[in-house]
Design a binder for this molecule. Structure first.
Ligand SMILES: NC(=O)c1ccc[n+]([C@@H]2O[C@H](COP(=O)([O-])OP(=O)(O)OC[C@H]3O[C@@H](n4cnc5c(N)ncnc54)[C@H](OP(=O)(O)O)[C@@H]3O)[C@@H](O)[C@H]2O)c1
Length: 292
């Protein structure tokens, strides 16, 4: 019996990946890693074994990964010494006899010079470590989460318009649910070893497109308001975001505007065997509720 461990079981992606795996495999095949097991009580109640572990505790991870065949390594949080955490997880997996690691970098198109601070370099570090590890690996590249759109456009966009620095780029956002389901396919099937997927949603949309979609949803004009980088940060801060988060959002938006996540879609749809959730579907589901 193949044992699959998913890290970050108490977070969005890890929990959703385990929930999707439960639809495909018996709970006895599944293990979740949590820093605080109590936060994964729902998964334990569904029959999934929860093991305690922290990316910073290498030796603890070696013990935790015993008997595991496949490991889904949920990427560590930005600005928390990701290299040490990822290195510990990969090294511990090797020592514990794990055979296959699935990792979720942010998509970085070949030849791109765009970088996300504390993300791009650290993802490439993982890729290098996996290639050198001798283990089988799969890279399930993530675009920006579709759930981040409200974070990027800030505040009540239906009332104030979509404020963003202008750019022609479009992003193939994907929902966490679809990404997690794709993970579950890769983890539960054979044949994904040494593959790299770009899990783009489809169609890709620009911020001007988002304004147009919101106009259609609300049946009133929602303007796209082109703002300077400084005014963008000020707008997000005024909407309640801490300045550091607003600055980080700006870098993502600059990448979107530069076309960093406008690559070829298809991998996500193939893995899911259906069309992924579109930005328009997501916005309709979220902003229609907010109007009432
Ligand atoms: N594609 C995108 O647009 C995008 C946007 C933001 C982030 N991301 C990346 O995607 C990852 C997953 O997203 P998410 O929404 O699932 O994040 P999340 O809900 O914050 O979940 C992060 C998970 O990682 C766990 N974790 C954090 N530090 C750890 C450590 N030292 N040792 C073991 N586990 C640790 C957390 O455990 P606790 O519950 O104990 O904190 C939590 O279970 C993020 O961590 C980030 O790298 C992607």
């Amino acid at each position: 019996m193949t044992k699959i461990l998913v890290t970050g079981a108490t977070g969005n992606i890890g929990r959703k990946t385990l929930q999707q795996l439960l639809k495909r495999l018996p709970a006895s095949n599944l293990v979740g890693l949590a820093r605080d097991s109590a936060k994964a009580a729902d998964l334990a109640a569904a029959g999934i074994e929860i093991r305690k572990g922290d990316y910073f505790d290498h030796d603890g991870l070696v013990r935790t990964f015993q008997g595991i065949d496949k490991l889904m390594l949920v990427s560590a949080t930005a600005f928390t010494d990701r290299n040490t955490q990822h290195q510990n997880a990969i090294s511990a997996a090797r020592q514990a006899g794990v055979k296959h690691i699935v990792y979720m970098p942010i998509i970085h198109e070949a030849g791109s010079v765009f970088t996300l601070p504390d993300i791009t370099g650290q993802d490439l570090f993982v890729e290098d470590k996996l290639k050198a590890s001798g283990l089988a690996y799969t890279l399930v590249g993530h675009p920006p989460f579709i759930e981040s759109i409200p974070f990027y456009i800030g505040g009540n966009a239906l009332e104030t318009g979509v404020h963003a620095p202008s750019g022609a780029g479009k992003a193939g956002y994907a929902s966490r649910d679809d990404l997690a389901e794709a993970h579950s396919v890769v983890l539960s099937e054979d044949g994904h070893e040494y593959k790299t997927y770009s899990l783009y949603g489809d169609p890709a949309v620009s911020f001007a497109d988002v304004a147009q979609i919101l106009s259609d949803i609300s049946a009133k004009p929602v303007r796209f308001v082109s703002v300077s980088d400084q005014d963008y940060i000020a707008h997000l801060v005024a909407a309640g975001l801490p300045e550091q988060a607003a600055r980080f959002a700006l870098v993502w938006v600059q990448g979107i505007n530069a076309g960093e996540w406008g690559g070829t879609a298809g991998d996500l749809e193939k893995l899911l065997g259906r069309k992924p959730t579109t930005a328009a579907e997501f916005l309709r589901a979220n902003y229609a509720v907010r109007q009432t």
